[in-house]
Design a protein around this ligand. Structure first.
Ligand SMILES: Cc1cc2nc3c(=O)[nH]c(=O)nc-3n(C[C@H](O)[C@H](O)[C@H](O)COP(=O)(O)O)c2cc1C
Length: 177
């Protein structure tokens, strides 16, 4: 498979990135894996003009790096999203990428599998609930299969994730797809 990873933390070398690295190392043994670290791309939020629905080539009126991501998505069989929890949601940088998929171009994609990896500082059981509701609704809407989730509580500072078994879980997810 071609696996596209959308890595959503603006913090370089942080917990999300370490999780992504563990996944990529194992998944790369059997699959082509590409990582888009969203902080490296200039991607504006969707402005809701719906011009992409009028344009014959479905081009977006915003000329930014999202065109590069559309191209990568068009080649992907699987999408993995990874994000820190920001106020019980995804990072704004990653949410901007997701919202820009409100574009008919997505109907030309052949992504049939998805996974999700999330990290947050709190330890409360419901930490990921709001994100996982959105995730499941999107899976249903697009008829996409969930291949697995790595959900990591209690990691705040850079490197905290090494104190948990999460890197092993991310590696196992990469091995088992
Ligand atoms: C703007 C902001 C909002 C955050 N909101 C939450 C939150 O709602 N719940 C939580 O448990 N942690 C929250 N955190 C903590 C991060 O999720 C946590 O530090 C995480 O490990 C950061 O991941 P990273 O190292 O990949 O950047 C927040 C951090 C920031 C910077």
């Amino acid at each position: 498979m071609n696996i596209l990873v959308l890595s959503g933390s603006p913090r370089k070398g942080g917990n999300t990135e370490m999780l992504v690295d563990a996944f990529v190392e194992s998944a790369s043994q059997k699959h082509n894996v590409e990582v888009v670290s969203v902080r490296d791309y200039k991607i504006n939020p969707c402005i809701g003009c719906n011009a992409c629905f009028q344009h014959s080539d479905h081009s977006c009126c915003q000329k930014d790096d999202m065109s590069l991501v559309y191209d990568k998505m068009s080649k992907a069989d699987m999408l993995l999203i990874a994000s820190p929890v920001y106020f019980y949601g995804l990072s704004a940088q990653l949410k901007a990428v997701i919202d820009r998929c409100h574009n008919p171009l997505r109907d030309t994609f052949h992504i049939s599998k998805m996974g999700i990896m999330l990290v947050g500082a709190a330890t409360l059981p419901e930490l990921f609930d709001s994100i996982l509701v959105q995730y499941r609704l999107c899976l249903n809407f697009f008829n996409v299969e969930d291949v697995g989730q790595v959900l990591v509580r209690g990691v705040k500072d850079k490197g905290d994730i090494k104190k948990s078994d999460a890197l092993k879980k991310a590696s196992d997810l990469g091995l088992n797809i």
